[in-house]
Design a protein around this ligand. Structure first.
Ligand code: IVH
Length: 675
């Protein structure tokens, strides 16, 4: 590989890791970590890199997926047809470009004026409701777009969800899609009640909706002011419509509610004008909206336009700019994160913006702070886009002079002199082992779901354990069974909780070495890199002994990642931490080797699994393909070698047939798999 190749690959990895993290934050945790606009930028850069370097577009690239993985705990349910997302736009020019793309795609047959249905974009939780013979059968969250969580019991409690279609005739099967939202008033009232009871209040309506929809106590969902607004359809058997507006009318006739302000517009300029009308009505909506959606109305045109990767060509979202407000900056505090980065945080006089009370906002880093010259005591403009952490935009002109904020030269948590690595904006505390802030966030990461996955150890609990000195680092978790009485003295810890926690810790001792490696929080080592590294070295001991050069030979590991891993393992303190883990029963199992013997027919081939298989789940089938050296992908393209089609295979099967890709039924798949 040339230096340029390495650079491109490492940038791709950076983007893929970042997008995966943000997907997880958004879809799984309901806690978006960046604004949609920033996300779109990352995604676009990734797609551009992949179109210039197609070899980067691996089957597990975030560009081939629709979202993140569904949470554990609830039953997973595969959508009959995938729930996709929408491409975003931010101004009228981009909307006009959207129409140009539509026209280009349709060619000479495009109508002189294209009718569009313009709808508000509801900021809630996407949901699919599947009706058989007009009777509600299942409610499924969007999940990763392919598989969601079955939440039927909670959905039934939503007052405006029809349990049965109105009217005499119902189609054989219809999946109605829409958004579950909570009214703004309802949200305020709910939070007030929670505060009075001493329960934790929710950050905003969308988060609380997400929590309630997935809540395992349906009575809590039932008591909440949740509503469902229909906006599209999934699988449809025994029913047809000629247009999006026709579908919405039909849905209303069946008893569904649709949002206010929907309008059929003749042509793009009328549609653009209506986007403004909806924006003007934003505050009057009973629930949060974060933009509008423009859809080509004609079903026939929609059919011709089709989809590209994860979004329809016939629709586009128009996202509103962030809401801004003015307030006073009371103080600037420095927070130290897991990787030691010092982040300046603004403490604000509370102000209501974008539907919530904001009293903290990020100032990003020292460079931004200096550029904006924001000083404690200033009147400042803050903004909030969606659920993202609010930001300080700028200071208003000062009427009196105030001293500038001086960025600390030592870490506020441990006093170590800070460093600023060349070419980086971030200022760091280098004391990874001894800095209390880094230890706390490091342990939180270590026990988190994608790492050691220790149930019952949330961030509050970890903080308590450190505070009570029951643990000093991650290795101490594995001797907590010797501190039973200490655990019992902690707030909210009764016998049963302690038993459960100790059992969860015991179970975690056997976690894969890839999870362990990811959990160590080594810079640039995300989930994917950790897996690839363990595949390469198999044993953790071999990984520990590897030189930087040897590390760089692993898949997905470039010079930056190799250096980061080597530096981590070179530290005496880190090696001590690992030794203590091993002494305390952590097993560091060898990675199960993926045999790329070349003699299995799937070795080196790209395989897509769709529909329902009888002998195994889809994830299992994908894992089986990977276990014999194949690559599994979520979408069919000309690069696909095989499509494994189970029962009820839908659009993927059609596409594969159209592209002339070899289709295997379950029996043929199993035969090839077993050689
Ligand atoms: S149409 C194929 N219409 O926005 C696209 N989606 O980024 C089908 N959303 O999670 C979606 N309001 O749940 C559509 N009026 C609206 C919408 C809407 C909100 C959500 C949707 C999806 C996301 C797409």
């Amino acid at each position: 590989m040339t230096q340029a190749d390495l650079f491109v690959r490492s940038r791709w990895q950076q983007l893929a890791d970042a997008i995966n993290e943000h997907n997880n934050a958004y879809y799984v945790l309901d806690k978006p970590s960046i604004s949609d606009r920033e996300y779109d930028r990352l995604f676009l850069e990734l797609q551009e890199l992949e179109s210039a370097h197609p070899e980067l577009a691996t089957a597990d690239s975030p560009s081939s997926r629709v979202g993140g993985a569904p949470l554990d705990g609830l039953t997973r349910y595969e959508h009959p047809t995938p729930m996709l997302s929408l491409n975003n736009s931010y101004d009228a020019e981009e909307i006009r470009e959207f129409e140009e793309r539509v026209r280009r795609f349709l060619g000479g047959s495009a109508p002189a004026t294209i009718p569009y249905l313009v709808e508000p974009k509801l900021d809630g939780i996407a949901m699919e409701l599947i009706y058989t013979g007009g009777v509600l059968e299942v409610g499924v969250t969007r999940g990763d777009g392919t598989v969601g969580q079955e939440v039927t019991t909670n959905v039934r409690t939503i007052r405006n969800v029809p349990l049965k279609f109105r009217g005499a005739t119902a189609p054989a099967r219809l999946a109605v899609r829409g958004e579950v939202v909570m009214t703004k008033d309802g949200f305020q009232a709910l939070n007030k009640r929670r505060a009075e009871k001493g329960d934790k209040t929710y950050v905003n309506a969308r988060n609380s909706t997400g929590g309630l929809v997935r809540n395992r106590k349906p009575e809590e969902a039932a008591a909440a002011p949740l509503r469902f607004y229909c906006h599209s359809a999934g699988i449809a058997e025994g029913v047809e419509w000629a247009s999006q507006s026709g579908f919405m009318e039909l849905a209303r006739a069946y008893g569904f509610q649709t949002a206010r302000g929907i309008k059929l517009c003749e042509g793009i300029e009328q549609a653009i004008a209506h986007l403004d009308v909806i924006e003007g009505m934003r505050a009057d909506y009973a629930y949060d909206i974060d933009g509008a959606v423009l859809k080509v109305d004609s079903a026939a045109l929609q059919g011709r336009l089709g989809f590209v990767s994860r979004a329809p060509r016939w629709a586009i979202a128009y996202k509103y700019a962030a809401e801004q407000a003015e307030t006073t900056l009371l103080a600037i505090e420095i927070q130290v994160g897991r990787t030691g980065v010092l982040t300046p945080v603004a403490r604000l006089e509370p102000v209501f913006v974008g539907g919530v009370n904001v009293s903290n906002a990020t100032l990003h880093n020292a460079e931004e702070l200096e550029r904006k010259d924001v000083r404690p005591g200033d009147r400042v403009v803050i903004q909030r886009a969606g659920d993202v952490i609010p930001q300080v935009v700028k200071s208003l002109p000062r009427t009196e002079d105030r001293p500038a904020f001086v960025f600390p030269e030592t870490c506020p948590d441990c006093g170590t002199a800070v460093v600023q690595p060349e070419g980086e904006a971030a200022i760091r505390c280098p004391n990874q082992i001894g800095c209390p802030a880094q230890v706390r966030t490091g342990v939180e990461h270590f026990v988190s779901r994608l790492a050691m996955d220790i149930d019952g150890l949330g961030s509050k609990r970890v903080e308590q354990l450190l505070l009570e000195e029951l643990i000093a680092d991650a290795s101490d978790i594995f001797v907590l069974d010797q501190h039973r009485s200490g655990l019992l003295m902690m707030e909210g810890m009764a016998d049963k909780r302690v038993d459960n926690l100790l059992a969860a810790i015991d179970e975690a001792k056997g976690r894969t070495s890839a999870r362990l490696l990811f959990g160590l929080g080594i810079r640039h080592v995300g989930e994917t890199v950790a897996k690839k590294v363990m595949q390469h070295f198999v044993s953790f001991a071999a990984l520990r002994a590897a030189t930087e050069e040897e590390l760089a030979e692993a898949d997905e590991v470039g010079p930056i990642v190799a250096k980061s891993i080597a530096t981590w393992f070179a530290s005496e303190a880190n090696r001590g931490l690992l030794d203590r883990m091993r002494e305390r029963g952590v097993q560091f199992p060898d990675a199960e080797v993926v045999e790329v013997s070349g003699d299995n027919p799937f070795a080196g081939k790209i395989v897509v699994v769709t529909g329902t298989l009888e002998s195994m789940g889809r994830k299992e089938a994908q894992a089986a393909v990977e276990a014999v050296g194949g690559k599994s992908s979520g979408s069919v393209s000309s690069k696909t070698d095989y499509l494994v089609a189970g029962a009820k295979a839908g659009s993927k099967l059609k596409k594969a047939e159209k592209l002339g890709i070899e289709v295997l039924d379950e029996a043929a798949f199993l035969a090839l798999l077993n050689g």
